[in-house]
Design a protein around this ligand. Structure first.
Ligand code: PMP
Length: 297
Protein backbone atom coordinates (compact mmCIF):
# COMPACT_ATOMS: atom_id res chain seq x y z
CA UNK A 1 0.00 0.00 0.00
CA UNK A 2 2.76 2.48 0.92
CA UNK A 3 5.45 1.25 -1.44
CA UNK A 4 6.26 -1.29 -4.10
CA UNK A 5 9.43 -2.66 -5.72
CA UNK A 6 10.02 0.60 -7.60
CA UNK A 7 9.28 3.17 -4.87
CA UNK A 8 12.08 5.65 -4.18
CA UNK A 9 12.53 7.26 -0.78
CA UNK A 10 15.09 9.67 0.63
CA UNK A 11 17.02 7.92 3.38
CA UNK A 12 20.12 9.12 5.23
CA UNK A 13 21.32 11.47 2.54
CA UNK A 14 20.46 9.55 -0.61
CA UNK A 15 17.60 8.50 -2.82
CA UNK A 16 17.21 4.73 -2.53
CA UNK A 17 14.61 2.10 -3.30
CA UNK A 18 12.27 1.70 -0.34
CA UNK A 19 12.83 -2.07 -0.47
CA UNK A 20 16.60 -1.54 -0.06
CA UNK A 21 16.39 0.97 2.82
CA UNK A 22 17.58 -0.41 6.15
CA UNK A 23 16.65 0.56 9.69
CA UNK A 24 18.49 -0.80 12.70
CA UNK A 25 16.49 -2.98 15.11
CA UNK A 26 18.45 -1.40 17.96
CA UNK A 27 17.38 2.16 17.06
CA UNK A 28 16.23 4.10 20.13
CA UNK A 29 13.25 5.29 18.07
CA UNK A 30 11.97 1.77 17.62
CA UNK A 31 12.29 0.88 21.30
CA UNK A 32 11.09 4.09 22.92
CA UNK A 33 9.14 6.02 20.28
CA UNK A 34 11.91 8.63 20.41
CA UNK A 35 11.40 10.10 16.94
CA UNK A 36 9.58 13.05 15.38
CA UNK A 37 7.70 13.12 12.13
CA UNK A 38 5.35 15.07 9.90
CA UNK A 39 2.34 14.30 7.74
CA UNK A 40 2.16 16.55 4.70
CA UNK A 41 -0.05 16.56 1.62
CA UNK A 42 0.74 17.48 -1.93
CA UNK A 43 -1.89 18.33 -4.50
CA UNK A 44 -1.91 18.39 -8.27
CA UNK A 45 -2.96 22.01 -8.80
CA UNK A 46 -3.60 23.95 -11.98
CA UNK A 47 -0.03 25.29 -11.69
CA UNK A 48 1.62 21.92 -11.03
CA UNK A 49 2.29 19.75 -8.01
CA UNK A 50 2.30 21.80 -4.80
CA UNK A 51 3.18 20.71 -1.26
CA UNK A 52 0.66 22.44 0.98
CA UNK A 53 2.23 24.53 3.80
CA UNK A 54 5.62 22.83 3.32
CA UNK A 55 7.55 25.43 5.35
CA UNK A 56 5.14 25.21 8.27
CA UNK A 57 5.40 21.41 8.41
CA UNK A 58 9.20 21.32 8.30
CA UNK A 59 9.41 24.15 10.85
CA UNK A 60 7.19 22.12 13.14
CA UNK A 61 9.41 19.06 12.64
CA UNK A 62 12.43 21.14 13.61
CA UNK A 63 10.57 22.44 16.66
CA UNK A 64 9.51 18.88 17.61
CA UNK A 65 13.08 17.60 17.38
CA UNK A 66 14.56 20.44 19.42
CA UNK A 67 11.76 20.17 22.00
CA UNK A 68 12.78 16.60 22.85
CA UNK A 69 16.54 16.84 22.26
CA UNK A 70 16.91 15.15 18.89
CA UNK A 71 19.71 16.71 16.79
CA UNK A 72 18.33 18.41 13.69
CA UNK A 73 21.25 19.29 11.39
CA UNK A 74 18.94 19.66 8.38
CA UNK A 75 18.07 22.73 6.33
CA UNK A 76 14.34 22.97 5.84
CA UNK A 77 14.52 24.59 2.41
CA UNK A 78 16.66 21.64 1.28
CA UNK A 79 14.18 19.19 2.77
CA UNK A 80 11.41 20.85 0.79
CA UNK A 81 13.43 20.47 -2.43
CA UNK A 82 14.12 16.83 -1.53
CA UNK A 83 10.40 16.29 -0.89
CA UNK A 84 9.54 17.61 -4.36
CA UNK A 85 12.22 15.30 -5.78
CA UNK A 86 10.70 12.29 -3.95
CA UNK A 87 7.33 13.18 -5.51
CA UNK A 88 8.89 13.60 -8.95
CA UNK A 89 10.84 10.33 -8.83
CA UNK A 90 7.68 8.44 -7.91
CA UNK A 91 5.50 10.35 -10.34
CA UNK A 92 3.17 11.45 -7.53
CA UNK A 93 0.75 14.38 -7.53
CA UNK A 94 -1.99 13.94 -4.93
CA UNK A 95 0.14 12.38 -2.26
CA UNK A 96 1.03 12.15 1.40
CA UNK A 97 4.61 12.85 2.46
CA UNK A 98 6.05 11.34 5.60
CA UNK A 99 9.35 12.81 6.80
CA UNK A 100 10.62 11.15 9.97
CA UNK A 101 13.69 11.86 12.10
CA UNK A 102 14.83 8.79 14.02
CA UNK A 103 17.57 8.11 16.54
CA UNK A 104 20.35 5.52 16.31
CA UNK A 105 20.94 2.54 18.63
CA UNK A 106 20.89 3.56 22.29
CA UNK A 107 19.28 1.47 25.00
CA UNK A 108 19.96 3.94 27.79
CA UNK A 109 17.32 6.56 28.48
CA UNK A 110 19.41 9.50 27.34
CA UNK A 111 19.06 12.02 24.53
CA UNK A 112 20.45 11.35 21.08
CA UNK A 113 23.82 12.53 19.77
CA UNK A 114 22.83 12.11 16.13
CA UNK A 115 19.75 11.41 14.04
CA UNK A 116 18.66 9.90 10.75
CA UNK A 117 16.19 11.35 8.28
CA UNK A 118 13.82 9.55 5.95
CA UNK A 119 11.28 11.09 3.57
CA UNK A 120 8.75 8.77 1.97
CA UNK A 121 5.64 9.53 -0.07
CA UNK A 122 2.67 7.59 -1.36
CA UNK A 123 -0.38 8.30 -3.45
CA UNK A 124 -3.31 9.55 -1.45
CA UNK A 125 -6.21 11.21 -3.20
CA UNK A 126 -7.84 14.13 -1.45
CA UNK A 127 -10.76 13.12 0.76
CA UNK A 128 -12.16 16.64 0.84
CA UNK A 129 -15.30 15.90 2.71
CA UNK A 130 -16.54 12.82 1.00
CA UNK A 131 -18.61 11.73 3.96
CA UNK A 132 -19.66 12.62 7.47
CA UNK A 133 -18.20 10.72 10.40
CA UNK A 134 -19.68 9.29 13.58
CA UNK A 135 -17.56 10.17 16.59
CA UNK A 136 -17.34 8.62 20.05
CA UNK A 137 -15.94 10.27 23.17
CA UNK A 138 -12.90 8.22 24.15
CA UNK A 139 -12.29 6.62 27.51
CA UNK A 140 -8.63 7.60 26.96
CA UNK A 141 -7.56 11.13 27.84
CA UNK A 142 -5.00 13.13 25.90
CA UNK A 143 -1.56 13.05 27.50
CA UNK A 144 -1.07 15.36 30.46
CA UNK A 145 0.83 18.41 29.17
CA UNK A 146 2.98 18.37 32.28
CA UNK A 147 4.18 14.88 31.29
CA UNK A 148 5.10 15.66 27.71
CA UNK A 149 5.71 18.37 25.13
CA UNK A 150 2.23 18.04 23.64
CA UNK A 151 2.87 20.53 20.84
CA UNK A 152 5.70 18.38 19.47
CA UNK A 153 4.74 15.71 16.94
CA UNK A 154 6.52 12.80 18.58
CA UNK A 155 6.14 9.17 17.50
CA UNK A 156 5.64 7.79 21.02
CA UNK A 157 2.73 10.16 21.55
CA UNK A 158 0.76 8.27 18.93
CA UNK A 159 0.20 5.17 21.04
CA UNK A 160 -2.39 7.30 22.85
CA UNK A 161 -3.98 8.08 19.46
CA UNK A 162 -3.94 4.42 18.42
CA UNK A 163 -5.66 3.34 21.65
CA UNK A 164 -8.40 5.95 21.24
CA UNK A 165 -8.99 5.26 17.56
CA UNK A 166 -8.95 1.51 18.02
CA UNK A 167 -11.47 1.72 20.86
CA UNK A 168 -13.84 3.94 18.84
CA UNK A 169 -13.68 1.64 15.80
CA UNK A 170 -14.22 -1.49 17.88
CA UNK A 171 -17.36 0.14 19.25
CA UNK A 172 -18.60 0.76 15.70
CA UNK A 173 -17.73 4.45 15.30
CA UNK A 174 -15.54 6.14 12.69
CA UNK A 175 -13.34 8.10 15.04
CA UNK A 176 -12.64 9.06 18.65
CA UNK A 177 -12.77 12.39 20.45
CA UNK A 178 -10.36 12.74 23.36
CA UNK A 179 -10.77 14.97 26.38
CA UNK A 180 -7.79 16.51 28.10
CA UNK A 181 -6.62 15.53 31.55
CA UNK A 182 -9.10 17.99 33.15
CA UNK A 183 -12.12 16.81 31.16
CA UNK A 184 -12.17 19.60 28.59
CA UNK A 185 -12.47 18.81 24.88
CA UNK A 186 -9.02 18.27 23.34
CA UNK A 187 -8.88 16.74 19.86
CA UNK A 188 -9.23 13.66 17.72
CA UNK A 189 -6.42 11.06 17.50
CA UNK A 190 -5.02 12.89 14.45
CA UNK A 191 -7.17 15.96 13.92
CA UNK A 192 -8.41 19.13 15.62
CA UNK A 193 -12.07 19.84 16.31
CA UNK A 194 -14.28 22.87 15.68
CA UNK A 195 -17.95 23.23 16.50
CA UNK A 196 -20.53 25.76 15.40
CA UNK A 197 -23.02 27.46 17.71
CA UNK A 198 -25.19 30.43 16.68
CA UNK A 199 -23.01 31.29 13.66
CA UNK A 200 -19.74 31.27 15.61
CA UNK A 201 -17.03 28.60 15.41
CA UNK A 202 -15.35 27.38 18.60
CA UNK A 203 -12.17 25.32 18.97
CA UNK A 204 -10.11 24.25 22.00
CA UNK A 205 -7.38 26.68 22.97
CA UNK A 206 -3.76 25.56 22.91
CA UNK A 207 -2.38 23.72 25.89
CA UNK A 208 -3.45 20.09 25.56
CA UNK A 209 -3.57 19.74 21.77
CA UNK A 210 -1.32 19.50 18.78
CA UNK A 211 -2.11 22.91 17.27
CA UNK A 212 -2.61 21.77 13.70
CA UNK A 213 -1.44 23.54 10.60
CA UNK A 214 -4.90 22.86 9.20
CA UNK A 215 -6.45 24.38 12.34
CA UNK A 216 -4.38 27.53 11.72
CA UNK A 217 -5.45 27.49 8.07
CA UNK A 218 -9.12 27.18 9.08
CA UNK A 219 -8.70 30.17 11.39
CA UNK A 220 -7.11 32.16 8.52
CA UNK A 221 -9.91 31.15 6.15
CA UNK A 222 -12.50 32.25 8.72
CA UNK A 223 -10.77 35.61 9.08
CA UNK A 224 -10.93 36.15 5.34
CA UNK A 225 -14.61 35.12 5.26
CA UNK A 226 -15.61 37.16 8.33
CA UNK A 227 -16.54 34.06 10.31
CA UNK A 228 -15.95 34.52 14.02
CA UNK A 229 -13.70 31.89 15.68
CA UNK A 230 -13.28 31.60 19.43
CA UNK A 231 -10.42 29.58 20.97
CA UNK A 232 -11.31 28.56 24.53
CA UNK A 233 -11.64 25.77 27.06
CA UNK A 234 -14.65 23.74 25.99
CA UNK A 235 -16.71 21.37 28.12
CA UNK A 236 -18.26 18.29 26.45
CA UNK A 237 -21.83 19.63 26.88
CA UNK A 238 -21.01 22.55 24.61
CA UNK A 239 -20.17 20.18 21.77
CA UNK A 240 -23.27 18.05 22.47
CA UNK A 241 -25.41 21.18 22.14
CA UNK A 242 -23.65 22.48 19.04
CA UNK A 243 -25.34 23.14 15.71
CA UNK A 244 -22.60 21.32 13.81
CA UNK A 245 -18.99 20.19 14.15
CA UNK A 246 -16.02 19.15 12.07
CA UNK A 247 -12.54 17.70 12.31
CA UNK A 248 -9.58 19.12 10.45
CA UNK A 249 -6.07 17.91 9.82
CA UNK A 250 -3.64 17.37 6.98
CA UNK A 251 -4.84 13.82 6.37
CA UNK A 252 -8.53 14.36 7.22
CA UNK A 253 -8.63 17.81 5.55
CA UNK A 254 -12.00 19.28 6.65
CA UNK A 255 -14.48 16.55 7.47
CA UNK A 256 -17.98 16.99 8.84
CA UNK A 257 -19.10 15.17 11.99
CA UNK A 258 -22.53 13.60 11.80
CA UNK A 259 -22.92 12.68 15.46
CA UNK A 260 -21.15 12.59 18.80
CA UNK A 261 -21.94 9.57 20.97
CA UNK A 262 -24.97 8.92 18.72
CA UNK A 263 -26.40 12.41 19.18
CA UNK A 264 -26.80 13.88 15.71
CA UNK A 265 -25.91 17.49 15.06
CA UNK A 266 -29.11 19.29 14.03
CA UNK A 267 -27.85 21.37 11.09
CA UNK A 268 -27.79 19.88 7.63
CA UNK A 269 -24.04 19.68 6.82
CA UNK A 270 -24.44 21.63 3.55
CA UNK A 271 -25.81 24.59 5.51
CA UNK A 272 -23.05 24.69 8.15
CA UNK A 273 -20.08 27.00 8.56
CA UNK A 274 -17.99 23.82 8.34
CA UNK A 275 -19.20 23.25 4.77
CA UNK A 276 -18.22 26.83 3.88
CA UNK A 277 -14.77 26.30 5.40
CA UNK A 278 -14.46 22.92 3.66
CA UNK A 279 -15.11 24.48 0.26
CA UNK A 280 -12.66 27.33 0.93
CA UNK A 281 -10.01 24.85 2.13
CA UNK A 282 -10.44 22.80 -1.02
CA UNK A 283 -9.99 25.91 -3.16
CA UNK A 284 -6.93 26.92 -1.16
CA UNK A 285 -5.08 23.59 -1.40
CA UNK A 286 -5.93 23.28 -5.08
CA UNK A 287 -4.88 26.93 -5.53
CA UNK A 288 -8.20 28.00 -6.95
CA UNK A 289 -9.14 31.61 -6.37
CA UNK A 290 -10.82 32.00 -2.98
CA UNK A 291 -13.35 34.73 -2.49
CA UNK A 292 -12.96 37.17 0.39
CA UNK A 293 -15.94 38.31 2.47
CA UNK A 294 -16.04 41.52 0.40
CA UNK A 295 -16.18 39.59 -2.85
CA UNK A 296 -18.93 37.36 -1.47
CA UNK A 297 -21.00 40.35 -0.31
N1 PMP B 1 -3.89 16.66 16.35
C1 PMP B 1 -3.17 15.53 16.25
C2 PMP B 1 -3.00 14.67 17.46
C3 PMP B 1 -2.58 15.17 15.02
O1 PMP B 1 -1.87 14.04 14.92
C4 PMP B 1 -2.79 15.98 13.90
C5 PMP B 1 -2.21 15.59 12.58
N2 PMP B 1 -0.89 16.02 12.45
C6 PMP B 1 -3.55 17.15 14.05
C7 PMP B 1 -4.08 17.46 15.30
C8 PMP B 1 -3.75 18.08 12.91
O2 PMP B 1 -2.53 18.68 12.57
P1 PMP B 1 -2.22 19.20 11.10
O3 PMP B 1 -3.38 20.03 10.71
O4 PMP B 1 -0.98 19.98 11.26
O5 PMP B 1 -2.08 18.01 10.24
Amino acid sequence: MYYNQDTIIYHNGEFVKAVDAKANVFDASLHYGYAVFEGIRSYGTTSGVKIFKAEEHFERMEFSASAIGIPYPYKNDELIDISYEVLRRNNLKDAYLRPIVTCPPNMSLTGAKSSQLTIAAWAWGALLGEKLIRVKTSSYRRINPSSFVVEAKVSGHYVNSILASKEAKELGYDEALLLDINGFIAEGPGANIFYEKNDVLYTPQRGSILPGITRATVIEICKSLDIEVVEKQIIPEEVFNADSAFYCGTAAEVIGIESLDDKKFPKNWNETLGAVVQEAYKNLVLEKQIKTAEQLA
